[in-house]
Design a protein around this ligand. Structure first.
Ligand code: HAM
Length: 416
């Protein structure tokens, strides 16, 4: 038997219905915040990601040569494609440009619970304005999205990559090697970061200083300890968030992020119940457009790991009940199949979802099937009723039955 490739999944109808339901909830929230949906190709020129995505993502890239000898990569994330699209076709649009996307991304990782080779991101980018208010807008939207899904146990941590970048540079780390150091700090691999920094001749006390900076964590009061403009900037971000009613955030200068393009505020959301792969959302402010041939434009955004957030919801016991059709049409014998087809068509034309018995089941079995597909009503097409232009409607919850005229049937179901 051929299985789907390692790290990928099939989504069966029940799962798919649930995913669409929650995906649309996220879409609704994005629209409420004034963002508009885009779609970009699933594969891109590999260079798009090689330019700035950072070592974490690069070693996980699904890259190959196509038949025209082009270097192609499946997208590992959607910020670079979104900014490429902006540079190609939207750079003259009034700012800020507010866009969102939902789609699959590909990373060649070691699969485990919550970590896949094909996974889905729901993300948003606010392009054209770097200011505390824009950062608060995207953090606020991410928080509203997580809330809208009903998740309770999660934490949002906000940091500022500029502080750490500055400290690393002051300690003598050459600019082109900063990413290596940040990558270790992102994963909290202090045992590996120390020899790496020592090999760059960074003195021991500067190393301790860098490490202790990444451990600056707490409520907004820790902002007093954050030096320079970054502290003031984050105070303004949290001020806006507070005005928006979002107080349950933590300041954490240890938020480093695995991608290279961030320049200022960075944030992550995690669901502790997920264990090792607990990060459900990540984002921050960055510039990328100048790398893709456009003008330098400041942007800020985030992506929610859709698969992970669904796992976290499952862990919290949030249940999704897939809906069945409004009606399940059952002819009592073969002579009534044409009438049954007509009734199903009539309902569908009126916007009532209707399924029909195609297997020729006997009434008892057909009713059982109607209940297993979670139909609200069974529409029983009997000989006598057919003669008088009516059908029997059975409420599948209560078992109550009544006769309804063909012409009133759709309205009866819609209004019930
Ligand atoms: P990221 O942190 O690399 O950021 O990915 C965002 C989210 O995608 C993660 O928080 C995680 O939930 C999910 N994710 C990542 N890898 C996997 C995987 N292998 N399996 C399942 N879920 C995964 C970005 O991609 C940035 N583009 C976010 C961004 C948008 N920053 C600014 N704008």
């Amino acid at each position: 038997m051929i299985q789907c490739p390692r790290g990928t999944r099939d989504f069966l109808p029940d799962e798919m219905e649930k995913r669409r339901f929650y995906e649309n909830k996220l879409r609704d929230t994005a629209k409420i915040f004034g963002f508009r949906e885009i779609e970009t190709p699933i594969f891109e020129e590999a260079e798009l990601f090689i330019l700035r995505s950072g070592p974490n993502v690069l070693k996980e890239l699904y890259a190959f040569k196509d038949k025209g000898d082009r270097d192609i990569a499946l997208r590992p994330e959607m910020t670079a494609p979104a900014i490429r699209m902006f540079v190609n076709g939207m750079s003259n649009d009034p700012k800020p440009v507010k866009i969102f996307y939902f789609g699959q991304c590909f990373r060649y990782e070691r699969p485990q619970s919550g970590r896949y080779r094909e996974f889905f991101q729901f993300g948003a980018e606010l392009i054209g304005k770097a200011a505390p208010e824009s950062d608060a807008e995207v953090i606020g939207m991410a928080a509203s999205m997580i809330k809208s899904l009903g998740l309770k146990d999660y934490k949002i941590r906000i940091g500022h990559i500029g502080v750490l970048r500055q400290r690393i540079s002051d300690a003598g780390v050459p600019a082109e090697r900063a990413a290596e150091v940040l990558q270790k700090l992102d994963k909290k691999l202090y045992d590996e970061a120390r020899p790496l920094l020592e090999s760059m001749n960074v003195p021991g006390d500067s190393i301790d200083d860098i490490f202790s900076l990444t451990e600056t964590v707490g409520g907004t009061e820790v902002l007093e300890r954050i030096p320079g403009e970054a502290g003031d900037y984050l105070k303004q971000v949290t001020g806006y968030l507070s005005a928006m009613g979002i107080e349950d955030i933590e300041i954490d200068l240890g938020v480093v992020r695995g991608l290279d393009y961030y320049t200022g505020m960075v944030f992550e959301a995690e669901a502790p119940a997920l264990g090792a792969e607990k990060q459900i959302c990540g984002g921050g402010s960055y510039t990328l457009s100048e790398l893709f041939g456009g003008e330098k434009v400041f942007s800020t955004g985030f992506a929610i790991g859709f698969d992970r957030i669904l796992l976290a919801m499952e862990k919290e016991g949030i249940k999704y009940d897939p809906a069945g059709p409004d009606a399940y049409v059952i002819p009592v014998d073969d002579g009534l199949r044409l009438k049954a087809a007509g009734i199903a068509a009539l309902l569908r034309r009126s916007g009532v979802s209707a399924d029909i018995d195609l297997m020729g089941r006997k009434m008892g079995k057909a009713l059982k099937h109607a209940s297993s597909v979670r139909a609200k009503y069974a529409i029983i097409i009997g000989k006598e009723e057919a003669g008088s232009g009516s059908v029997t409607v059975r409420d599948m919850n209560t078992g109550e039955q009544r006769t309804v005229g063909d012409g009133e049937l759709a309205d009866f179901i819609k209004n019930s």
